[in-house]
Design a protein around this ligand. Sequence first.
Ligand code: ATP
Length: 146
Amino acid sequence: RPLTVALIKPDAVADGKADDILAKLDDCGIDVVGKIETTLSREDAQTFYSQHQGTDFFLQLIDYMTSGPIIALALAAKKKGTDVVAQWRTLIGPKDVTIAKEEAPESLRAQFGSKDEEFKNALHGSDTSEHAARELAFFFPDFHKK
Ligand code: ATP
C-alpha cells in the first residue's frame, strides 16, 4: 500500500494538539500505519530540509523543527487507488497559516497552525512519492525493509 509521511511539528505537540489531529485522520480517509515520537537533532533537521539551505529562513526553520518533540506518522489512504501523497498535501493545506485560514479554512493547518506565526503550521507532508520513500526510510527504517 503506498504511504506518505506526516510530521506533527513541535509547536503542535507542545500545545497538546497531537491527539486532536490524530482523532481527525480517520474521518479524513487516512489510516495511521506507523507512529513514533522523536526529537530531531540539528543535523537531522538540516538534512530533512536541505532544499532550503541558504534561504533567509533556514536557521529559523531549523530552530523551529528542533525546538521539541515531533510525532512522525506513516499514512495510508483508506480508499484503494488514492494517491496518498497528494491526498495528505491537500488535507493539510497551504504552508502559510494565514493563507490556509483564508483559502482553506477546513484544512488541518488552518485548524491547528499557530495563531500568530504564519509558518508554525503544525504539520508536514511529503511533497512527492520519492520524498515519501526517503522520509519513510528515515523515520521507520524497520518498517521500510518489510
Ligand atoms: P513541509 O516541508 O513542512 O511540509 P511545505 O512543503 O508545505 O512544508 P516548504 O516550502 O518545504 O513547505 O517549507 C518547509 C517549511 O519551512 C514550512 O512548512 C514552514 O514551516 C517553513 N517555511 C517555509 N517558507 C518560510 C518562510 N518564508 N519563512 C519562514 N518559514 C518558512
